[in-house]
Design a protein around this ligand. Structure first.
Ligand code: F6R
Length: 607
């Protein structure tokens, strides 16, 4: 949610800020802006819309400055217009601020500031910070920032420039991500490492409640009392090639096609001598044997993986599992104790609700394990143990490859726990591992359904009433397929456990409704056929996803997508492929902005 960038150095800051904002645009893209120094004053330029619009505006203004801050916004307080776009200046133009997060006590602070004579220009919570900085200023921007931070409640990472201290960027992090880097041309600060990697691989990570002063020659860190903190940079081994589409029209398409490779990387990272090995993970067998309940907690697509995990871990490890939406988990007082394992699943490792759920679990003494894609992200750093997915950076807002890698980790984890509890023999584990090893090849074959998905997208594009149905582990896949379609093509669809339709929703089925039935799981295939007949009898156009050796049996379906045969438990990984392609091609036909769907952001760092 919102991206922050700052640069100070020997060169013109403007191109650096624009490049950084381009990399961060996936975090929010409804408005943007920059502030730089111009002839001893702060100059701010902002607009509603995308970075491209800002870039055109900047070209006309011919701005040049050695220090500046920039922001790309996902609106929380106030409409996405240029008035509410960041940066926000204080009343006299002494400070300019970019902010990621939410100031929860902004209303009371604003009321007081207004009484003290401050005039506000925007509807945002952020403007309060700029005004407080000015009110608290008595010759040192760093001291003013410390005092201001003590008055703020909520989550925030801030980038600040002060008219009286040209060449410096003041920063702070509290529960919103922030990183900094030193390069030859100068120093940078940003919301995440993807914006810094083109300039430097040596990254400084902020802890909560740490301040920093970014100068061209050095980056200094302080605690809230002003004591200096010594830090060294960590070298990140990520290439910046993820920032190129490499011949694909959209990042989403590139990322869908990368799936066989990244799934193989993820699975191979945890195989040793034909067995599943989590030896570098701080999760020992004794603790697993004492575990009486598992909660899988996540948001959005990662929650769909959590649901698949519930089915699979309960089936294989016989431990009661619950899958929870993180924003519900944290407010429903779940019974947690030292025998509870809480598994947090997150691509970004920064999702505010998932992070809050992790902290709640730790506070109540539960063991925590996270499944995370971004190394050194907050969730990865704060969990007792971490299993990394090896999806590489994911740029498209709608997740595809990270979801698939999370599923792969769930397959590994379910078998690992089962084996630790002596429910899976060595021989059975080896057989499971060998089947899992061929998953990438099956996914490659599933990607060949793209022409069918494209054809089907023409039907879907005209439809108003779309349902995805499945049973067992195929039910969460139905949910994910429906989410993929909705979020990028803006078509309304719903997902149901196939047996549940007749308890109410079937009344919506009529001629022209489309029902996409996931039938690859053999154990429930016949039940799915009955459900297909029920909706067909009421006029639905039925699309069936079936394993290739069962396609003749899918009688009654109007459109069949035949998929490679696989072990029952791994069918989610195969079925999701045509559904991702279906969402993609439907959105393409409708001319949607596939990589940056409206109202969304990649990393949801507000609650
Ligand atoms: C949907 C999507 C989101 C994320 C969710 C959690 O395509 O990407 O639903 O899955 O916001 O994000 P992470 O995994 O970063 O915690």
């Amino acid at each position: 949610m919102c991206g922050i960038i700052g640069y100070t150095g020997n060169e013109n800051a403007v191109p650096y800020l624009l490049k950084g904002l381009g990399s961060l645009e996936y975090r929010g893209y409804d408005s943007c802006g920059i502030s730089v120094f111009q002839k001893g004053k702060i100059k701010t330029l902002k607009c509603s819309g995308r970075i491209q619009t800002l870039s055109e505006k900047l070209c006309k203004n011919n701005l040049s400055s050695e220090t500046g801050i920039g922001h790309t916004r996902w609106a929380t307080h106030g409409k996405p217009n240029s008035r509410n776009a960041h940066p926000h200046e204080s009343q006299s133009g002494l400070f300019s601020v970019v902010h990621n997060g939410i100031i929860e006590n902004h209303a009371s602070l604003k009321e007081k500031l207004v009484k003290d004579g401050f005039v506000f220009k925007s509807e945002t919570d952020t403007e309060v910070i700029a005004q407080l900085l000015e009110q608290n200023y008595s010759g040192s921007a760093l001291s003013s920032l410390s005092k201001t931070v003590s008055q703020l409640e909520g989550s925030f990472s801030l980038g600040i420039i002060c008219r009286e201290e040209e060449g410096k960027i003041f920063c702070v992090r509290k529960q919103s991500p922030l990183v900094a880097a030193k390069a030859e041309s100068g120093s940078f600060v940003a919301s995440d490492i993807t914006a810094l990697l083109p300039f430097s691989k040596d990254i400084f990570f902020f802890n909560d409640d740490e301040l920093a002063v970014i100068e061209k020659e050095k980056i200094s860190f302080f605690d809230l009392s002003g004591n200096e903190i010594k830090k060294t940079a960590e070298t990140i081994d990520f290439s910046a090639s993820h920032q190129e589409k490499e011949g694909h029209e959209f990042f989403m398409h590139k990322e869908i096609m990368q799936q066989p490779h990244v799934i193989k990387e993820t699975i191979n990272a945890y195989f040793k001598n034909g067995r599943i090995s989590f030896e570098n993970i701080n999760l020992n067998k004794n603790e697993l044997q004492k575990t009486s309940r598992i909660y899988l907690v996540a948001c959005g697509s990662a929650y769909h993986v959590a649901l698949s995990g519930k089915y699979l871990i309960e089936e294989m490890a016989k431990i009661p599992c619950e899958a929870d939406i993180a924003s519900e988990f944290r407010y429903r007082n779940p019974p947690l104790n030292t025998n509870t394992l809480v598994i947090i699943i997150s691509q970004s490792g920064e999702t505010a609700d998932s992070l809050a759920a992790l902290r709640l679990a730790k506070n109540q003494g539960a063991k925590t394990l996270s499944v995370v894609n971004v190394p050194l992200s907050t969730i990865a750093q704060e969990s007792d143990s971490v299993i990394f997915t090896h999806a590489g950076p994911e740029i498209a807002v709608a997740t595809t490859k990270a979801y698939s890698c999370q599923l792969a980790v769930i397959y590994l984890l379910a078998a690992y726990i089962s084996s630790c509890l002596f429910l899976l023999s060595e021989e059975e584990e080896k057989d499971y591992v060998s089947k899992l090893s061929s998953l990438d090849e099956k996914i490659k074959q599933a990607l060949e359904t793209e022409p069918l998905a494209k054809k089907l997208s023409e039907i879907l594009g005209k439809s108003k009433n779309i349902f995805f149905i499945g049973r067992n582990t195929d039910y969460p896949v139905a949910m994910e397929g429906s989410l993929k379609l909705k979020e990028i093509s803006y078509l309304q669809s719903e997902a149901y456990g196939a047996g549940e339709l007749k308890h109410g929703t079937i009344s919506l089925i009529e001629k022209g409704s489309v029902v996409i039935a996931l039938c690859c799981r053999k154990s429930v295939f016949k039940k799915m056929l009955s459900n297909i007949r029920e909706v067909k009898a009421r006029g639905a156009f039925v699309v069936a996803l079936v394993s290739e050796n069962q396609k003749e049996l899918a009688e009654g379906a109007d459109f069949i997508i035949s998929l490679p045969e696989t072990e029952n438990r791994f069918s989610p990984s195969i079925e999701i492929i045509p559904l991702q392609l279906l969402g993609y091609h439907t959105a393409k036909i409708k001319g949607c902005d596939i990589d940056k769907p409206r109202n969304l952001a990649k990393s949801v760092t507000v609650e």
